[in-house]
Design a protein. Structure first.
Length: 158
């Protein structure tokens, strides 16, 4: 590990400072927070704060980081906003997938009765697009064996 002084005094290296050697983690993060606060350009400050918090997260607890780095400045960062947006999109996709799974399992249970747990797990593992395809394929699937064949074909397409 490197000495922190070089990183604390260089704006480009400041986000890496949490990863440097220190005897006082709280003192180091406090110095970093002070240096971030001194950055005049708001956009640069936001981005440096976001990068710093991300890298500090590799070494320190979230609550400890948030005590010292101003969360409101970091939240305005385009980097933070991008990470947040990607997380929200993944959450929405998981919600869509969950609803599609419930719908397909309801259709399958109506058609074939209670299904084997292996079949249920395969259905739960399908992405939304394949779940939609399954809904359409159900018009041509008349037996559980045909359903298993269809599910196995999906495995080979991934």
């Amino acid at each position: 590990m490197e000495d922190s002084a070089l990183f604390l005094n260089n704006l480009a290296l400041l986000p890496l400072a949490p990863l440097t050697q220190t005897n006082s983690p709280q003192g180091l993060l406090s110095q970093i927070a002070n240096n971030v606060a001194k950055i005049a350009d708001r956009e640069t400050k936001q981005d440096i704060a976001a990068y710093t918090e991300i890298l500090a997260g590799l070494r320190f607890e979230k609550d400890f980081i948030r005590q010292l780095l101003s969360e409101d400045i970091m939240q305005e960062s385009v980097i933070y906003q991008d990470i947040l947006q990607k997380g929200e999109q993944k959450g929405e996709q998981k919600g869509e997938q969950k609803e599609a799974v419930k719908f397909c399992l309801r259709l399958l249970n109506q058609r074939f009765g209670e299904l084997d747990s292996l079949i249920v797990e395969k259905v739960k593992g399908l992405p939304v697009e394949q779940l939609e395809n399954l809904g359409a394929a159900l018009f041509n699937i008349s037996e559980v064996a045909d359903l298993v064949t269809w599910l196995n074909q999906q495995d080979h397409q991934n």
